[in-house]
Design a protein around this ligand. Sequence first.
Ligand code: KMH
Ligand code: ZN
Length: 278
Amino acid sequence: MVATLITVAPTGAEHAKRDVPQLPTTLEEVVETAVACEAAGAAMIHLHIRDADHRPTLDAGHLRATVEAVREATDLIVQLSTGGSVHDPLEQRMTVLDADPDSCSLTCGTTNFGDDVFLNPWGFVSDLYVLAREREVVPEFELFDLGHVATLRRLIDTHGLPYGGAVHVDFVTGVPGGMAGTATTLMAAVQQLPPEVTSWAATGIGRTHLPILATALGAGGHLRVGMEDNIVLAKGVPVTHNRELVERAADLATTMQRPPMSTTEARALLAIKDRRTR
Ligand code: KMH
Ligand code: ZN
């Protein structure tokens, strides 16, 4: 039996607070969310932060304060997004590592993102990979498209393994412009993963959320859920708290005989450096 790593991505950079007031955007809301989602079965949190006007920001002080506050309140693996929002400059996205997270997202290529472009040229991806290893931060390779699998192969061939030696992938499916959030597409991508990959997870944006969750569970993958990716439990039924998505994922995983992984197990799986202070 392989236990399930559940990652919660509670906020993202796309939804506006005025449209989705239950989206956690303040430090207090993020910490409260982290505590509740850990209790519900999450072992990792993928964080984007917002400013006082609830807009996406990469402010260094705010990033560091968030990492420290979540670390203080929970045992969750703290992963910061280096993707930010589609409007963030590449140089600033690189500075996210200054906040000393346990893990960082590392998207392996440029992708169309609705009407926008999520920019990840090879030079940026390569520099971020090297910097993450220098800082002893474990990258999570975000793959939005099949071509991103090839770039992961190129990263490993060019630079060797990331810090800790584990290679953890998250398929982000169902983005308009990226790979489809279907079982057949996900499995085609899984079959192409390099042998160095030690674990993979998947998430489906919007209505692809549940099919991808079920496919990943059945195929031995791990899960990412959260309001960054999906703000409804069913058609017309809004998520009122990220905890609901984690609880549903944990229930399904348990039914599938793959119960949620503890934070201790997740730290071992991903070879996370221990930065805890408590
Ligand atoms: N907000 C998207 C443009 C990541 O966190 O690394 C990028 C994103 C991926 O969410
Ligand atoms: Zn993200």
